[in-house]
Design a protein around this ligand. Structure first.
Ligand code: ADP
Ligand code: SF4
Length: 693
């Protein structure tokens, strides 16, 4: 039963000629499925429609080959040939009574056109904003006329594909319309440049053109970045961001407002809390009568009600919360608040898109697998005659395996050696700024506690003797991994024996004992060859404890993988602000009690640093003692009644929390079936498309 406090979230809202059935709006978000995997895209959006979202949008849809963002895999509307694939998406969404939206984009100078080899277009001649040696051409009047035509053609194709809501998009510094609006990008002296009204001209014209093209069957949405967080060099919410909305206030049927660029819009929980965009977007409703959509990683229904009641937003926009839990609206509607799988704000999802593959999610292991593996986030097949399973290790892999297998009806025993659940999730969530990651543990524990067929035991370090003694037929080892102490990682492939000449710690020591693990005074050096978040968190812990900290990495920047999670800039800035000295492109070369030698990774030139404590963040090794013990006693399994022993999660191969969670889920899905290691374990869309007539 729905809590009446949340009724307001389920009010229908009129948008132009249409009515959204509720206030849950899945704003455009990249999926990495795009034009190359349209079945995956359709199935993923369809699941969200089933989960109760009132409006569901595609990712950006390129309107022309001069906006070719390859190798990224976004939606495409270059020609009529793109319509059938997108029609599949609209059908999947509308089948559940949701409205289907599409975000039209021309990427302007934000694309190198690597595939089409066409020349990028911008308001003025400009260097492409990636690092390809490519420049955009300044558009002449014929180009502007063509651009307007392309928007019209794409809008008609979108309408023909069945979309209900057509977006005109000027956000993320990724749209030619925003480039025209921007003083930084638009240096023209004709009627499309210079004054505010001139820079607004193309945006205004395209909005009008698209309105005419779609007629009165579709609603028109305009997505605008109201602040670029660039101060006076950019659009600001108390300057031109406000002026643009005021000037076009009643033109669209709905405003969708956010921050630019993408790294500002999709900030992680390490750097921003739920509702972080409100200070920038709260003004919008005071300058338009049209409904307003906004985002801010809202996962709490109370927060959602607050922003509606306070008149900040009319629709709760969501990308990440809808990925982590496609059934978020339905769970609120059914009064199942504790079942909501809250987004942890880690941006593993964006890392999928940024590496040009279908997105994955730390919280939701089924995302991206809806079509190719047939996985559903809320349904998992019951086993007919399930045999019992023993799962050892209560980290993300073990918890997810136990939860999902429990949901399949198996009798599950989950044993954890330690005094708390969550494994690495609990240990990492205590590091500065990432407490929200604990939701990975909390959601799974909450679900397990409602499953009478899952028994859980803390403080239960199991041995091979114990396991053979229990004789439970299926055993999963989710015993995790520990950080290496020998320096072996990406850059050093052989152990470095000299590391033990001085005080040596790993992230495990700091997670177990906090900064107290750095018992000695004197300079701390962090050697980060992991290149993601852990090295910088070690620096934060050490600096907070008052140590002088030097961050050394063979890479050219701090935490380079975090570019894919859109955090790299903020991570590096934080270390700089905290006074951490950063030494990139350095390898380890030697060690004494109070010194450390580093070698330039290009020239080999050696320099000596004073170093009292070295924290290495390199590779991890699976905790595999139990596995090896059980392998040594394989001959005893049958007598003990053991049929299978399987390693999952970090115990199989250390990776992300998302990978551990996925591994646990996969174990449960595959339970009771023989998998064929020689065959591809999912349907292949790439081949199916190639063979299509
Ligand atoms: P993953 O990410 O794969 O889930 P974690 O490192 O987060 O792995 O969790 C592994 C968990 O397994 C830890 O909480 C650890 O205490 C537990 N564990 C390791 N060995 C045993 C064992 N022999 N018996 C019970 N629990 C164990
Ligand atoms: Fe949220 Fe992380 Fe999932 Fe993205 S990957 S939706 S940020 S939990």
């Amino acid at each position: 039963m729905r809590d009446p406090r949340y009724d307001i979230l389920f009010e229908p809202v009129r948008i132009g000629p249409l009515t959204a059935k509720n206030r849950f709006w899945q704003v455009p978000h990249c999926s990495g499925m795009g034009y190359r995997y349209p079945n995956a895209e359709a199935a993923m959006r369809g699941v969200k429609a089933e989960g109760g979202w009132g409006v569901i949008s595609t990712q950006e849809a390129e309107i022309h080959p001069t906006s070719d963002i390859s190798p990224a895999n976004e939606a495409r509307l270059w020609s009529a040939e793109d319509i059938p694939a997108l029609a599949r998406v609209t059908e999947a969404i509308q089948a559940h009574g949701a409205l289907a939206a599409i975000q039209l984009v021309h990427n302007g100078l934000h694309t190198a056109n690597r595939y089409s080899r066409m020349i990028p277009l911008g308001p003025s001649p400009a260097v492409y904003d990636g690092n390809d040696p490519v420049q955009a051409r300044g558009m002449d009047k014929a180009d502007i006329a063509a651009m307007r035509r392309w928007y019209v053609q794409a809008a008609r194709r979108a309408r023909d594909a069945g979309f209900d809501v057509i977006y005109v998009y000027a956000g993320h510094d990724m749209s030619v319309l925003q480039h025209f609006l921007s003083r930084r990008h638009n240096h023209r002296s004709d009627e499309y440049g210079g004054s505010f009204e001139n820079r607004l001209r193309l945006f205004r014209e395209v909005i009008g053109d698209v309105r005419d093209a779609i007629g009165d069957r579709c609603a028109l949405a305009v997505r605008l970045a109201v602040d670029e967080l660039l101060g006076p060099d950019g659009i600001t919410c108390d300057g031109e961001g406000r002026d643009i909305i005021a000037a076009l206030a009643e033109e669209p049927d709905v405003w969708d407002v956010n921050l630019s660029n993408w790294a500002n819009d999709s900030q992680t929980s390490r750097f921003a809390d739920e509702g972080f965009q409100e200070p920038y977007t709260a003004f919008v409703k005071s300058v338009t009568t049209k409904p307003v959509v906004g985002v801010g990683r809202y996962t709490s229904p109370d927060s959602m009600v607050r922003v509606i009641r306070k008149g900040i937003l009319d629709f709760i926009g969501a990308a990440r919360p809808s990925i982590a839990d496609p059934f978020l609206p339905k769970k609120i509607e059914e009064g199942r608040i504790d079942d909501i799988r809250e987004c942890i704000g880690c941006n593993i999802c964006t890392s999928g898109d940024n590496t040009c593959v279908p997105m994955r999610c730390t919280q939701n292991p089924t995302v991206g697998e809806e079509w190719r593996r047939g996985w559903h986030p809320e349904q998992i097949g019951r086993l007919e005659r399930p045999e019992p399973a023993l799962i050892i290790g209560g980290g993300p892999a073990g918890l997810e395996a136990a939860r999902a297998l429990g949901a399949r009806g198996a009798e599950v025993t989950l044993a954890e050696a330690g005094t708390e659940w969550g494994g690495r999730v609990s240990r990492e969530a205590r590091l500065p700024g990432i407490a929200a990651w604990g939701r990975v543990r909390d959601w799974r524990l909450g679900q397990i506690r409602n499953q009478t067929n899952v028994q859980t035991y803390l403080q239960s370090p199991l041995t091979a003797d114990d396991i053979l003694g229990y004789g439970i037929p299926h055993v999963a080892l989710a015993t995790g991994a520990r950080w290496r102490t020998d320096g072996v990682g990406r850059s050093h492939r052989l152990p470095l024996p000299y590391l033990s000449e001085g005080r040596l710690l790993t992230p495990d020591d700091l997670m177990d004992r906090g900064a107290a693990a750095i018992a000695a005074p004197g300079p701390v050096v962090i050697f980060d060859d992991d290149c993601y978040y852990m090295g910088s968190l070690m620096a934060e812990v050490a600096i907070a404890a008052g140590h002088e900290v030097t961050f050394v990495t063979p890479d050219v920047m701090v935490g380079s993988f975090a570019q894919n999670t859109l955090e790299q800039g903020r991570i590096q800035r934080r270390l700089i602000d905290l006074g951490v000295r950063i030494l990139p492109t350095r390898l380890l070369a030697g060690r004494g009690a109070d010194w450390l030698d580093l070698a330039c990774s290009y020239s080999g030139k050696v320099e000596r640093l004073s170093c009292s404590t070295l924290i290495t963040v390199t590779g991890r090794l699976p905790v595999e003692g139990l596995w090896l013990d059980l392998q040594a006693r394989k001959g005893d399994w049958a007598d003990a009644g053991i049929k299978t022993v399987t390693r999952i999660g970090d115990a199989l191969a250390p990776g992300t929390i998302a990978a551990a969670n996925f591994s646990g889920h996969l174990y449960a899905r595959d339970f009771g079936t023989e998998t064929d290691p020689d065959s591809v374990p999912f349907r292949r869309e790439d081949i199916a498309m190639l063979l299509a007539p």
